[in-house]
Design a protein around this ligand. Structure first.
Ligand code: S3P
Length: 444
């Protein structure tokens, strides 16, 4: 897959953040809303879907496999599903762009259907490991031919009927868990996933909502999730809450820029996603929750975030799964804290859209922040609240969260921080720069 021309962005201080931000729909929930709707019998309605490139890649792939997916003028999405077992052979390779979630979950879907699909992606995605889904899906009977190292491009030849398995996750990954559960949907019998460390549970919540027979139990080895196959999913009306992973950038920005005081509306607060809020509060951040409510089966609230002096912490490793996508933002917060923040136990960061340990170390060091790289994390010496030096161009490495995190770092830098390519932001947060303008003067 080719990429648009790089779009550099220069981030410099813009004063305190003020006003209200609305974050886009949750990326994980948006992917799942489309996939489960595509497998239901009848028409589902989705409100608040994230219209980022990653989710649009999922929609395009599902269309290529027979689902009818349309957006009306009010931004509501309608999906006419084909029913579990009803996916059709796609005519061409499925282009997953930058999206690991689309790839791994859709591989699960294809694995138990009588179809063959080829998955391709951009340079970032083509470097990411797929062995973690190839192994369990292969045990279920799918025949998967991957590029060297278990990478994309790869081809999945599904087996129908597939074989139900019991699988203990060797790595804490909601994508692997979900790929197996999705394969299990069209597999006779009971497919079981055991999760020693809990990860985001959107698949479990939503599949139960769609009428799948799914149980979750706490066992001695961890969470035991069982799905009964040859499921019949009923179409749903889904409202997607705001993405806490997108809210993360504003939480950190308002915490580090003096005099900031903002509201972030409609943020999903599923406990499997709120590790960053816990870590920031441990550092002294002033984050409070207003109007707690439930949307689409998920806890949601508005967050009020005010500037506060931050102190370094040892980030508890047990928070890792619930803040796995938020480490780049946390590293920026640490750069402005007093003392040395140590974040370990996050080896998975090496295989995200970029190697987020190495990429963030290089970016922060270029901006004058002293860091020590560990195999499984980063130690960062903060400024104690003052600005970082900045004055550097940093490489975003096709990684949206690196780009957005370093834009935030530039908001409190002595000299501007230039992001070499901010175009990856469109994968998860197309309105990011508009919201930045609104919070920093555009709407005041
Ligand atoms: C996701 C799971 C996480 C996360 C990713 C989205 C999901 O990945 O990093 O952005 O929607 O299931 P892993 O499953 O690799 O931990």
């Amino acid at each position: 897959m080719s990429h648009p021309a790089p779009r550099p962005f220069e981030s410099a201080p813009r004063g305190a953040l003020a006003g209200t931000a609305r974050v886009p729909g949750d990326k994980s929930i948006s992917h799942r809303a489309l996939m489960f709707s595509a497998l239901a019998v009848g028409r589902s309605r989705i409100e608040g879907l994230l219209e980022g490139e990653d989710v649009l890649a999922t929609a395009a792939a599902l269309r290529a496999m027979g689902a009818t997916i349309a957006r009306d003028d009010d931004g509501i999405w309608h999906v006419d599903g084909v029913g579990v077992g009803g996916l059709l052979q796609p005519a061409q390779a499925l282009d997953m762009g930058n999206s690991g979630t689309s790839t791994r979950l859709l591989m699960g879907l294809v694995a138990s259907h009588p179809i063959t699909a080829t998955f391709v992606g951009d340079a970032s995605l083509s470097g990411r490991p797929m062995g973690r889904v190839i192994a369990p899906l292969g045990t279920m009977g799918a025949d998967i031919t991957a590029s060297p190292g278990g990478k994309l491009p790869l081809m999945v030849r599904g087996l129908c009927p597939a074989v139900p398995i019991t699988y203990t996750l060797p790595v804490a990954s909601a994508q692997v868990k979900s790929a197996i559960l999705l394969a299990g949907l069209n597999t006779p019998g009971i497919t079981t996933v055991i999760e020693p460390v809990p990860t985001r549970d959107h698949s479990e919540r939503m599949l139960a909502g769609f009428g799948a027979k799914l149980s979750v139990e706490e066992g001695s080895e961890g969470r035991v999730i069982r799905i009964t196959g040859e499921a019949e999913l009923k179409p749903q009306q889904i409202v997607v809450p705001g993405d806490p992973s997108s809210a993360a950038f504003w939480m950190v920005a308002a915490s580090i820029v003096p005099a900031s005081d903002i509201v972030i509306g409609n943020v999903g607060l599923n406990p499997t996603r709120t590790g960053l809020i816990t870590a920031l509060r441990m550092m002294g951040a002033d984050i409070s929750e207003a109007q707690p409510r439930t949307i689409g089966g998920e806890p949601v609230a508005d967050l009020i975030v005010r500037h506060a002096p931050l102190s370094a912490i040892d980030v508890p490793p047990e928070l890792t799964p619930s803040m796995i996508d938020e480490y780049p933002a946390l590293f920026v917060a640490a750069a402005f804290a007093s003392g040395r923040t140590v974040a370990r136990g996050a080896h998975e960061l090496r295989v995200k859209e970029s190697d987020r340990i190495g990429t963030m170390r290089a970016a922060l060091e270029a901006c004058g922040v002293s860091c020590t790289e560990h195999e499984d994390g980063l130690s960062i010496d903060g400024t104690g609240g003052g600005s970082i030096a900045g004055g550097a161009q940093i490489a975003s490495k096709l990684d949206h969260r690196i780009a957005m995190s370093m834009v935030v770092a530039g908001l409190h830098a002595a000299k501007p921080v230039t992001i070499d390519d901010a175009s990856p932001v469109a994968t998860s947060y197309p309105a990011f720069f508009q919201t930045l303008a609104e919070l920093t003067g555009g709407s005041r």
